[in-house]
Design a binder for this molecule. Structure first.
Ligand code: NIG
Ligand code: FE
Length: 417
């Protein structure tokens, strides 16, 4: 049955010029239609405009439509969370308390906690346990208006458990309303059993895991944690280049804790995105702008680790396409609230209200190669649509720390109300 979402105060279309990532001024063009309506049929958007325009063009479809009244509200595309460590076992609130008492993130990790702790919990968890836990997390994502989530593996760190994580994501893609896009991140950490034999583990990722990921079609992207004490730029480059041979698009956790020329490398290997970038160099930012590498910024991580925020303002001004995401994971960013993360990007990175909307819709969609299907309200795109309980888009961040979701439509179906 067709659906008409009618008479919103503002429909924020995010429609721009083409389906690629937006840079500079184009990040501010969010396409506002006042008194707007959206017509949906099956899982697609049919048309957007004023009610009179739609009635003139689609009288029959509208006569058959179920009507959602959006009077006084804002309508926009579903949010895209393009960087999460979605599938994981356990929680790490004790480490949070240790950090509040003075320990650092890397100290905890080097002492066997951090990613190692979640690796133990994830290895111990059964497929069903991980599936249940993640299913519940996805329900929460939907309530915050997130309709597509990228999911990285990287808490298995051996084939059996990496595969388990990726297969949980694959099954959820079939069963849950939220769309999941998978990234293989076997090089998230060197597992404890390979301590001192790091290069051996790199060989296993390259020669054993990557071919299987490709053969079993378990992921589209290949990510690596390029960080002092984790994987060197040389090791990272080898892993990303090897992934390319198997058709996996490179992504990279770059310059998160110490500057390591990760941004530069991302541009060089043709990564679709470099992520984190808290301490990326001027040179790295320039190279990313030239190469069109998307910067996926994760202000929740800087907030939660009390680290410096990435230089988002500078990146936008220099012409880097910027996306914003939660980094949802049990260590450095245990939150699902992308709207709160958007607020951090405004307050601590100097992004504007319009820029954070682009960064969590179109640019985030492009960071997972979905710019042609989601991220904006346009004829023919997927009907992933939010109706929000605010009078205009500026109130989304003005009333901060609140969930403004009134209704979520996913693939043309109302899933939260
Ligand atoms: O994106 N930097 C590495 N990975 C995650 C954190 C993972 C964890 O602490 O469990 C991140 O911050
Ligand atoms: Fe991450």
């Amino acid at each position: 049955m067709p659906t008409l979402i009618k008479n919103a105060n503002e429909v924020i279309t995010l429609k721009g010029n083409g389906q690629g990532p937006r840079t500079k001024e184009a990040m501010k063009e969010i396409g506002i239609i006042e008194n707007g309506s959206v017509l949906v049929n099956q899982d697609r958007i049919v048309a957007i405009g004023t009610l009179e325009e739609l009635q003139k063009e689609y009288p029959e479809l509208i006569a058959d439509s179920e009507v959602i009244d959006a009077t006084g509200k804002v309508v926009m595309p579903g949010l895209v969370d393009c960087h999460t460590h979605l599938v994981h076992g356990g929680t790490r609130e004790n480490e949070f308390n240790m950090r509040l008492n003075g320990s650092t993130y890397m100290e905890i990790m080097n002492a066997g906690g951090g990613i190692h702790s979640t690796t133990r919990s994830t290895r111990q968890a059964s497929f069903e346990e991980l599936y249940e836990k993640t299913y519940n997390h996805l329900n929460e994502f939907l309530k915050y208006g997130i309709t597509t989530v990228e999911a990285k593996s990287g808490y298995g760190l051996d084939w059996e458990n990496e595969k388990k994580q990726l297969e949980v994501a694959k099954k959820l893609q079939e069963t849950h309303a939220v769309d999941i896009v998978s990234t293989f991140m076997g090089a998230h950490a060197v597992p404890a059993e390979y301590k001192g034999r790091e290069d051996e583990f790199v060989e296993i990722v390259i020669n054993e895991m990557l071919p299987k990921v490709a053969e079993e079609q378990l992921a589209e992207f290949n990510d690596v944690f390029c960080e002092k004490g984790v994987f060197t730029p040389e090791q990272s480059r080898r892993i990303l280049e090897a992934g390319k041979q198997y058709g996996l698009t490179p992504k990279i956790h770059a310059d998160e804790i110490e500057p390591y020329e990760g941004a530069e490398m991302a541009a060089e290997v043709g990564a679709i995105s470099a992520e984190h970038l808290l301490v990326a160099s001027d040179e790295g930012i320039q190279r990313m702008a030239e190469a069109g590498t998307i910067a996926v910024l994760l202000p929740g991580t800087a907030f939660f680790l009390r680290a410096p925020f990435a230089r988002g303002r500078l990146m936008v001004d220099e012409g880097v396409p910027v996306a914003i995401s939660t980094d949802f994971n049990p260590g450095s960013s245990p939150t699902i609230s992308l709207p709160f993360i958007m607020n951090l990007a405004c307050m601590n990175m100097g992004l504007t209200l319009e820029e954070v909307l682009t960064a969590t819709t179109m640019n985030a969609a492009c960071a997972i190669n979905r710019g042609d299907q989601i991220g904006s309200l346009e004829e023919g795109k997927k009907a992933d649509i939010l109706v929000l309980n605010v009078a205009n888009y500026k109130q989304l961040q003005y009333y901060y720390g609140m969930n403004h979701t009134h209704l979520v439509m996913k693939n043309g179906r109302v899933v939260v109300k």
